[in-house]
Structures are given as structure tokens and as C-alpha cells.
Design a protein around this ligand. Structure first.
Ligand code: SF4
Ligand code: SF4
Length: 357
């Protein structure tokens, strides 16, 4: 059942790309064949999905550039309550006090959006077409190469809400991405978009895990996807074994206080000395537990123009990073999530990498 639901999403995605992507020269031969195949499949899709409010929303979401969309009914997440309590009791959230706030809202979105009926979940692929050059260059997480995803995803979700109001039915709603007490990975599972891997991230069989999650909570009844009940990590433990700081304390459980993403972005104080030799060239975020994941082997680059990095950023080598002025930083990362950490924090992180040199 869940596979059928996923294929439905994927089919619509390709359908939209056939019509909207004018940069076919960047598309691989296999992708072109897939697109033609799905184009031929289109009449069947139109008959199968005709008239469904959810299908209209999903089609629009894909047209707006999202990679996938699923929809779940709003309800209280009972199964996640115990895990969240244990996580907070262990203080795995470190200084991120906001994670302990609004406990009930995290589990029940109707407390966040009064009258909420449906949760529209979207995924947006951010895997870069080109990676940072230079093996000794400080590295930033791939999601931060281009424009801050908070702006990109929220703008698209607001456009989706306008579309719903103009073309489907009047609806009140709010948009979120990593910006409110919403357990978005758990909700993405409820919307049939994938499973939560042992690295704690949402994984989709076709897309891997290099995507961002956004959600639109609305007071409109829709047709819903089946939750994704399977998990496909099996006996693999590559993410746990590869994590330099052993932040994955057991499968599915991240101690954020040890995670390089937390240490290089969220932590206001200096990074403890014990972790500095383990930073693995990272100065903003960390992708290691995703890079090693077998589900990311066939990942495709994003087609979202906003995620294209400043070309000079990819070419920065170690010395250029170390001598980066505040003006140059502001220019290179004008709209980037790096500005959330700030120039001082980034430069301090860089200094940790080379403090023994
Ligand atoms: S992001 Fe890096 S530090 Fe954090 S769990 Fe993954 S591999 Fe470990
Ligand atoms: S690396 Fe292996 S265990 Fe970790 S999330 Fe990927 S498949 Fe699951």
C-alpha cells in the first residue's frame, strides 16, 4: 500500500518536471528516458487522480519545485511521546532549550494551529551539483551552500497556501520548516515519505536523505497517504561507525551535545577541547552520517536555483578561509544559513581546525 502511495508521488513529480524544466541539457540520458516514460504514463495518472484535492495540492507542490509531497491527518503523536521524554531527560538537546519548550505542541499540532486537520509535508532536495574543492579546505554542510532554506521553503509553502485558498477551498494555515515545535520527521513518516534511519534522519528510498522538510498545517480535510511502516537500515551501522564524535549513542538516538552540527552552529560557548580534533574539517554542520549512507549513493543534484552556491565559495582553499574578512564573508554568504552562526563563530571554528599547526 505504501509503495503505491509513493509511486503516485514520484509519478506526479516526473510529470511536472517534463513540463517545467527547461534545462534538459543538464539532465542525464537515464533521466530523460524516465521523463519520457512518465510522460507516456500521464493519461493514466490523470484518470487515476482526477478531482482529488490532495492530488491538486501535491501537483502544485511539485510545480513549485518541491521534490515530494505527502499528506497526513493531524492527530496527537502518541508513539513519539516516550522517546521525546527520554531524549529531554537525558539532556541530549544540550543548550537548545527551545526543544524542551512547548512539549504538548510538539506532539499535537492542533495546539499550534487551532482547528488543524491536515499536515502537508514537503521534501526539497538540496544535494549540490558541485562540491567544495580542496581536500584541506574547511567544509560546510551541503544544505548551507546556497540561500538559507528557511526562506526558500517558507516562500514556496506560502505560495502553496495561496493556491489552496484560490483554487481548492478557503483554508487557514501556517507554514514551518525547522522553525517551530513540529516533529517533522515523524510527520513525514506519517505522510508516507520515508523512514527514520539509524542516523536519526528521514530517508526516502528514491531520494536518500539530502533533502529538507517543510510543513503546511491547515484546517482543511484532505485525502491522506498511508504512513510508511517499513525501515530499510537492516544490519547496516555505517552512520554510527563513521560518526567522528560518537554522537549517535545508539541507533536512532543522537546526543546533540556531541554532534558536530550542534558544536559548530548552536553551541554559543567555545567547542570543548575534547571535540576539536574530531571536527573532521567541519566548520558549519556535518554531513558524514549522510555521506556514508548507502541510500545516498544514487542521489541526484538539486534543481533548485536558490541552492546554487556563490561560485567563489567552492574554490576557497584553506588559506583563503583562514584570511576571510568580514566583508568577504558577508558577500559570499549574503543569504546563507551561515549568517545565523555569524562571522565570529565561523572564524573561531576554523581556528580549531588548525590550532595544532
Ligand atoms: S552530523 Fe556528524 S557529528 Fe552529527 S551524528 Fe552525523 S556524523 Fe555524527
Ligand atoms: S548508514 Fe546505514 S544504518 Fe545509517 S541511516 Fe543509512 S542505511 Fe541506516
Amino acid at each position: 500500500m505504501k509503495r503505491r502511495v509513493f509511486h503516485k508521488n514520484r509519478d506526479v513529480r516526473f510529470k511536472v518536471e517534463v513540463f517545467t524544466n527547461s534545462k534538459m541539457k543538464n539532465v542525464s540520458v537515464q533521466n530523460r528516458i524516465n521523463r519520457i516514460r512518465y510522460f507516456l504514463y500521464l493519461p493514466y495518472l490523470c484518470v487515476m487522480h482526477n478531482g482529488s484535492k490532495s492530488t491538486l495540492i501535491k501537483t502544485k507542490a511539485l510545480e513549485l519545485g518541491f521534490s515530494l509531497c505527502g499528506i497526513a491527518p493531524v492527530r496527537k503523536l502518541k508513539a513519539e511521546e516516550k522517546a521525546l521524554k527520554a531524549y529531554l531527560a537525558n539532556c541530549y538537546h544540550g543548550e537548545m532549550k527551545y526543544m524542551a519548550n512547548h512539549f504538548d505542541k510538539r506532539l499535537d499540532p492542533s495546539l499550534l494551529v487551532p482547528g488543524a486537520k491536515s499536515m502537508v509535508l514537503v521534501l526539497l532536495n538540496y544535494f549540490p551539483r558541485n562540491l567544495q574543492q580542496g581536500s584541506n579546505a574547511p567544509k560546510i554542510a551541503k544544505y548551507a551552500y546556497g540561500t538559507d532554506y528557511h526562506y526558500v521553503i517558507k516562500d514556496k509553502l506560502k505560495a502553496l497556501l495561496r493556491f489552496i485558498n484560490e483554487h481548492i477551498a478557503p483554508a487557514n494555515g501556517r507554514v514551518f520548516t525547522d522553525s517551530a515545535p513540529v516533529l517533522e520527521r515523524a510527520w513525514a513518516v506519517q505522510a508516507g515519505l520515508g523512514w527514520i534511519g539509524k542516523n536519526g534522519l528521514l530517508i526516502n528510498r528514491q531520494m536518500g536523505s539530502f533533502f529538507l522538510i517543510g510543513e503546511l498545517i491547515i484546517d482543511l480535510e484532505l485525502e491522506y497517504d498511508e504512513p510508511y511502516y517499513d525501515e530499510h537500515c537492516g544490519s547496516c551501522n555505517q552512520c554510527l561507525n563513521a560518526c567522528p564524535t560518537h554522537a549517535l549513542v545508539e541507533p536512532y538516538v543522537l546526543d546533540a551535545r556531541k554532534c558536530i552540527s550542534y558544536l559548530t552552529i548552536e553551541l554559543k560557548a567555545e567547542i570543548p577541547e575534547t571535540f576539536r580534533p574530531m571536527l573532521s574539517q567541519r566548520i558549519f554542520g556535518c554531513d558524514i552520517c549522510q555521506d556514508v549512507c548507502p541510500w545516498n549513493r544514487k542521489v541526484h543534484p538539486t534543481s533548485e536555483p536558490a541552492f546554487s552556491p556563490h561560485p567563489e565559495m567552492l574554490q576557497l582553499y584553506r588559506e583563503a578561509w583562514m584570511n576571510l574578512s568580514k566583508n568577504a564573508f558577508n558577500e559570499l554568504f549574503r543569504k546563507s544559513a551561515l549568517k545565523r552562526a555569524g562571522y565570529q563563530k565561523i572564524m573561531q571554528n576554523i581556528s580549531y581546525l588548525y590550532e595544532k599547526c
